[in-house]
Design a protein around this ligand. Structure first.
Ligand SMILES: NC(=O)c1ccc[n+]([C@@H]2O[C@H](COP(=O)([O-])OP(=O)(O)OC[C@H]3O[C@@H](n4cnc5c(N)ncnc54)[C@H](OP(=O)(O)O)[C@@H]3O)[C@@H](O)[C@H]2O)c1
Length: 224
């Protein structure tokens, strides 16, 4: 039987590339985007869903749909994330709140009810960023984005403790990837989404210790 992966933010960038990779590797993939539309992902094992993590109603609708149609999930991959204040220096309230709504609050309240659906030996992967590491931060840009990823990392730690010996949990830094999370990444990013997805896939399909913060660009552990 195909393993089932639920990937948020599957419509573009890293999430789309990971969806394609996992479909090619015989996973059944439930993928989400705000519109529920997915360009060029047509596969018998792809199940598209609409999800806006900034909306409680959308999250609740998504839960209903998932519980109606699925008895279990093997991999929950919280990939969707935004960075409206990337490369800016002074926090601005509207984009600060939106960043936290999507990257933190939405992700947490989307994840919580799904935990009971995740098989023993399943995994939860939070797509975080090196920019959220408290240990390696020497810069002053992207206040909301960095803080949101630090908060997400704390959620990884808490889930690791709560789900010990049942579900493995990790945060991953997917590398500096050519996506439109910020326009300049298309030029400056070091990895294509496909390369990043290959690295992430290798991490999640191998034995990793729960509670790891992994830099999949260079295959090393990151400090929290
Ligand atoms: N690119 C990098 O260099 C880099 C580095 C470190 C970490 N990351 C992390 O990697 C993850 C993926 O980023 P990416 O670079 O692939 O970005 P991206 O190309 O902008 O893709 C973001 C995905 O999130 C979805 N999304 C946006 N707003 C959403 C919302 N309110 N609710 C639900 N889904 C939403 C988007 O779908 P729709 O717009 O279709 O809804 C899209 O599928 C993010 O968590 C990001 O922080 C990226």
């Amino acid at each position: 039987m195909n393993k089932i992966a639920l990937i948020t933010g599957a419509s573009k960038g890293i999430g789309k590339a990971l969806t394609e990779k996992m479909l090619n590797e015989n996973f059944f993939v439930i993928g989400t985007s705000r519109s529920g539309k997915f360009e060029k992902i047509e596969h018998k094992n792809f199940y598209p869903l609409k999800l806006d993590l900034s909306s409680t109603e959308s999250i609740e609708n998504m839960h209903k749909e998932i519980f109606r149609n699925f008895k279990h999930i093997d991999f929950l991959i919280n990939n969707a994330g935004i960075g409206p204040d990337l490369d800016t220096y002074i926090p601005e309230k509207e984009s600060f709140n939106l960043t936290f709504d999507v990257n933190v609050t939405g992700t947490v309240f989307f994840t919580e009810p799904l935990i009971e659906l995740i098989n023993e030996n399943g995994i939860i992967l939070n797509v975080s960023s090196k920019m959220g590491s408290l240990n390696v931060c020497e810069l002053t840009d992207s206040v909301a984005y960095r803080m949101s990823k630090s908060a997400l990392n704390m959620y990884t730690k808490i889930l690791t403790n709560r789900l010990k010996n049942k579900i493995r949990v990790a945060s991953i830094h997917p590398g500096w990837v050519k996506t439109t999370i910020i326009e300049s990444n298309l030029k400056n990013g070091r990895l294509t989404p496909k390369q990043s997805a290959e690295n992430i896939f290798e991490f999640i399909t191998n034995e990793f210790d729960s509670g790891t913060f992994w830099n999949s660009e260079n295959g090393t552990e990151l400090l929290w």
